[in-house]
Design a protein around this ligand. Structure first.
Ligand code: ASP
Length: 338
């Protein structure tokens, strides 16, 4: 079991990875270390608001080929909160439109002396491909319907912050499980930490094959609501579907939206999560999205903590302690010490 770092002097020896590509291949101990480091960084930055300097001198590039509100802003802010420089790469207006390949573009960015790339792409496996071609850290910010590891981590962080422990908790993931990268990262992370996971939605969006991973499959939200400690309400990923998985959004909402009526039949302390963007009236009604048990905005704050931890563990403290003139590198400062 990895130990928790008490200072941000050095990345703990037990963190062996240069990249964060998915949760599927992390061990439970590595996931706990990420979560514990995020908790420490949240505290050290006064709830993700104060700045540290532990990544001063590092440069992070945001390479986003799909839309993003929370993830992109959150990675930028997380890097800045730790003192790193951030470059926002925008595919439109770049030389990709002149025929340059994706790998060549990334290699050119690497040649400018960057330390990590945060990549989002609609093709599953894009971050894994980049990691094979680049010598810098690669962080997956969502690859198609495959994984979104920092979303999974921030969801789990938010649950753990409230419940104290993930092990034994029953977590329902409701909605478009087939096309949701959030669902996949949650399933891997939650199972590794000992939670019971139920995936719920229409049969066209929730395959029986999930049972092979040890996940319960349900097509009836009313049956699972009273049994859950947590419900994570996932958006219908219309942009990834070729066919209509249900007759109408109205019918979907009737069967699968988390409503105030359904909340009355839930445990009093049921936690409500949603990765965002939320579609009020589709997967969740406004009264539930804004109810006291809703962690939807806490998730956003915790996203910063998790992304600070990810950046710190993957590219922290990899510079020599002194520069060529013998001056100490900016790194751990008094304000960076816990
Ligand atoms: N923001 C999350 C993602 O990028 C969830 C969603 O879009 O529904 O996967």
């Amino acid at each position: 079991m990895p130990s928790v770092p008490h200072t941000f002097d050095t990345v703990p020896q037990v963190w062996p990875h240069r990249h964060l590509l998915d949760l599927e291949r992390l061990t439970p101990g590595e996931i706990r270390l990420l979560l514990d480091t995020a908790a420490q960084l949240k505290e050290a930055t006064a709830g993700c608001r104060r700045k540290l300097t532990i990544l001063a001198g590092r440069t992070i590039v945001n390479l986003f080929f799909e839309n993003s509100t929370r993830t992109r802003t959150s990675f930028s802010l997380a890097a800045r909160r730790l003192g790193a420089d951030v470059v926002e790469f925008s595919a439109s207006g770049s030389s990709l439109s002149k025929g340059e390949s994706f790998i060549d573009t990334a290699k050119n960015l690497e040649a400018m002396g960057i330390d990590a790339v945060v990549v989002r792409h609609s093709t599953p496996g894009t971050p894994h491909l980049l990691a094979q071609h680049l010598d810098v850290g690669v962080i997956n910010a969502g690859d198609g319907a495959h994984e979104h590891p920092t979303q999974g981590l921030l969801d789990i962080f938010s649950i753990r912050e409230r419940l104290g422990d993930i092990s034994g908790a029953t977590v329902g993931l409701v909605g478009d499980i087939a096309h949701s990268r959030t669902a996949r990262s949650n399933v891997w992370g939650l199972l590794k930490l000992g939670a019971k996971v139920i995936v719920c939605g229409p049969p066209t969006l929730v395959s029986k094959r999930w049972e092979e991973l040890g996940v319960e499959v349900s097509h009836n939200l009313d049956n699972i609501v009273p049994r859950c400690d947590v419900l994570n309400l996932l958006r219908i990923q219309f942009e990834r579907q070729n066919t209509r998985p249900f007759p109408s959004v109205r019918e979907y909402a009737h069967l699968y939206a988390m409503t105030g009526e359904r909340l009355k039949r839930a445990r009093k302390d049921l936690l409500i999560l949603a990765p965002g963007p939320i579609n009020r009236g589709v997967e969740v009604t406004a009264d539930v999205a804004d109810c006291p048990q809703s962690l939807i905005l806490d998730q956003v704050t915790n996203g910063l903590a998790v992304r600070m931890a990810t950046l710190w563990l993957t590219c922290g403290n990899r510079l020599p302690q002194t520069d060529q003139a013998g001056h100490a590198q900016p790194g751990l400062s008094a304000e960076g010490t816990l």
